[in-house]
Design a protein around this ligand. Sequence first.
Ligand SMILES: NC(=O)c1ccc[n+]([C@@H]2O[C@H](COP(=O)([O-])OP(=O)(O)OC[C@H]3O[C@@H](n4cnc5c(N)ncnc54)[C@H](O)[C@@H]3O)[C@@H](O)[C@H]2O)c1
Ligand SMILES: [Zn+2]
Ligand SMILES: [Zn+2]
Length: 389
Amino acid sequence: MKATVWAGRNSVEVQSVPDPKILNDRDAIVRVTSTAICGSDLHIYDGYIPTVKHGDVLGHEFMGEVVEVGKAVQNLAAGDRVVVPFPIACGACSACERELYSLCENSNPNAGIVEKLMGHSPAGLFGYSHMMGGFAGGQAEYARVPFADVGPLKIDDDLSDDQVLFLSDILPTGYMGAEMCGIAPGDVVAVWGAGPVGLFSIISAYLLGASKVIAIDRVPYRLKLAEEKGAVAVNFEETSVLETLRDLTAGRGPDHCIDAVGLEARNGSTVVDAYDRVKQAARLETERPHALREAIMSCRNGGTISVVGVYGGLMDKFPIGAVMNRSLTIKTGQCHVQRYMKPLLKRIRDGEIDPPSIISHHLPLDEAPHGYEIFKHKQDNCTKVVLNP
Ligand SMILES: NC(=O)c1ccc[n+]([C@@H]2O[C@H](COP(=O)([O-])OP(=O)(O)OC[C@H]3O[C@@H](n4cnc5c(N)ncnc54)[C@H](O)[C@@H]3O)[C@@H](O)[C@H]2O)c1
Ligand SMILES: [Zn+2]
Ligand SMILES: [Zn+2]
């Protein structure tokens, strides 16, 4: 089959690889009909995620048709249409019982690698490095789905792929970013990053009762999309974010701040930003913390910092003094997607969320390399690329 594989820094290729096979009784094989490129894939593309190897099949946002199931999968049959959540979860361990699916204790066969870096291991993820399990991803013609009796959500034929594909990741992730804020009616929420995840956080924050959502980015067409979703747009290249947020909130700062940027945030021009640039270039610091630091400094006293942007390692000059003395709460996590799929499917059906509105490009699988380039460099007004194998 054809699949998108990592071919080194800033390079992916569509290559022929062996077809996936059922390895365990709880596996299914899915013929992929739609799959998307995520900001998280860019961290791999750009070479920031350790333990990705040449030839690894990428992609964790995918859906399609079940073509084969293992003996223990009773709830799915060949021919079913499913969306697959990106964290792989067994459904029965202590984390899964608490609906913390991205922390499943049974799905990462390489837990030992990540324990050395992070203390404990999170769940295995599709197409997201060997330390996260080494599972082949879904930017391919077919994918093997472990624990298929737990994760995949069946989809009725009257909904299109474009309406439901993002239930695999970015819609639940944006929603969880807003939910973690514990928004009270009337609260003001600021969202760093107007990419796909940030846009879904904006939509979700309003659904959860925010009176005003402020979007921070530098890319004009993305800020325009954020405005169309009802946000007040702030271009961080044109104005001081801290001052603007103060002005918009009677001097107090937003009640909640969502980081939907992650480890590749664009730096500012302060001395600390210059320090980060030098340390990251020398690989002495793995993250660029600009957006997260700004979110912490901007937030009102007693507010919430919700971090859905992905971080992978260590950062310097983390303003713990501001967090502690100003009683800020930090919440974060890879999304527990399985928890949100059904309720968000209902919101799509009810017309409260319109996922296709954030898609800018449909490309055949063969054009994945072009898709990565335009998504990374924000060319051709690229917001979200859907690949159709
Ligand atoms: N927690 C999860 O489960 C989960 C799931 C999916 C994606 N993510 C992460 O969410 C983040 C966003 O994903 P995406 O697909 O929207 O990616 P994206 O790269 O399309 O969007 C990121 C946006 O942040 C903007 N940005 C860069 N520096 C900034 C700064 N200093 N201040 C404000 N904005 C800045 C960029 O211009 C861009 O528009 C990524 O880190 C991704 O890995 C997390
Ligand atoms: Zn993703
Ligand atoms: Zn589990």
